[in-house]
Design a binder for this molecule. Structure first.
Ligand code: SF4
Ligand code: FES
Length: 243
């Protein structure tokens, strides 16, 4: 016989008059291979029709189902209840704007991040759709590919102590984004431009090295390596004498 699970879920609808943040409990019989996505759908269908939470792909790809599961930021769709105790506490991720219950707005934050970091290749080259693709060595292409695997779930920011006290901190997602363009030989931003962008308390020098982001990133991005690379590059620019 399966276990009886108790879900303790943070409930709060900021758009509802007089609603107060509180915890509600729901019980559910565990079924084989039950994950948090399916469990929340059962709870919404059977017990709490107004429960708010986000999911799209159910496959760890879209990044929309980040939430605090027993205190750890992670993806609901990739978390099996069989890996958890019978009491499961679900909270929305901190750092992002709360939309209601378990739903937070990561999209606005990531859009603003993209604009702030100018997340596109900076080049003077005119785009020629008839030109042959330029070749890139495998090692560089793999580094770019690795950084591009970020699904913008926000778990790294929800787990980051610095981000909780400095809302302007770029976090692992932002630093990873910078790393992605920094290694790309097609991006012609110079050392000084990179330095201005990332060598601040909101950037690489705001990181105090607790590396919770590295522990919780569901895509296992090589964040330690990326941070070390950015730090080395920025220190090099300083030593060369930033102009
Ligand atoms: Fe999510 Fe990892 Fe990207 Fe952070 S770096 S947003 S934890 S995939
Ligand atoms: Fe897309 Fe979980 S629903 S990552």
């Amino acid at each position: 016989m399966g276990r009886t699970l108790t879900f303790k879920i943070f409930r709060y609808n900021p758009t509802k008059d007089n609603d107060q943040p509180h915890i509600e409990s729901y019980e559910l019989e565990e079924t084989p291979r039950l994950n948090i996505f399916t469990a929340l759908n059962f709870i919404r269908e059977q017990q709490a029709p107004d429960l708010m939470f986000d999911f799209v792909c159910r496959a760890g790809i879209c990044g929309s189902c980040g939430m605090m599961i027993n205190g750890r930021p992670t993806l609901g769709c990739r978390t099996l209840t069989s890996d958890l105790p019978t009491t499961i506490e679900l909270f929305p991720m901190p750092f992002f704007k709360l939309l209601g219950d378990l739903s937070v707005d990561t999209g606005v934050w990531f859009r603003q991040l993209g604009e702030q970091l100018e997340s596109w290749i900076h080049t003077d080259k005119e785009f020629d759709p008839t030109a042959e693709e330029e070749r890139m060595d495998n090692a560089t292409a793999n580094k770019i590919y690795d950084a591009e695997r970020c699904i913008e779930c926000g778990c790294c920011l929800a787990g980051c102590a610095t981000a909780q006290v400095n809302p302007d901190f770029l976090g692992a997602a932002g630093l990873n984004r910078i790393g992605r363009f920094l290694v790309d030989p097609r991006d012609k931003r110079n050392d000084n431009e990179w330095f201005e962008l990332v060598s601040t308390d909101e950037g690489i020098f705001g990181c105090i090295g607790m590396m919770a982001c590295d522990d919780v990133c569901p895509k296992d991005l090589p964040l330690l390596e990326i941070f070390a690379y950015i730090r080395r590059k920025m220190s090099g620019t300083l030593l060369k004498g930033k102009t």
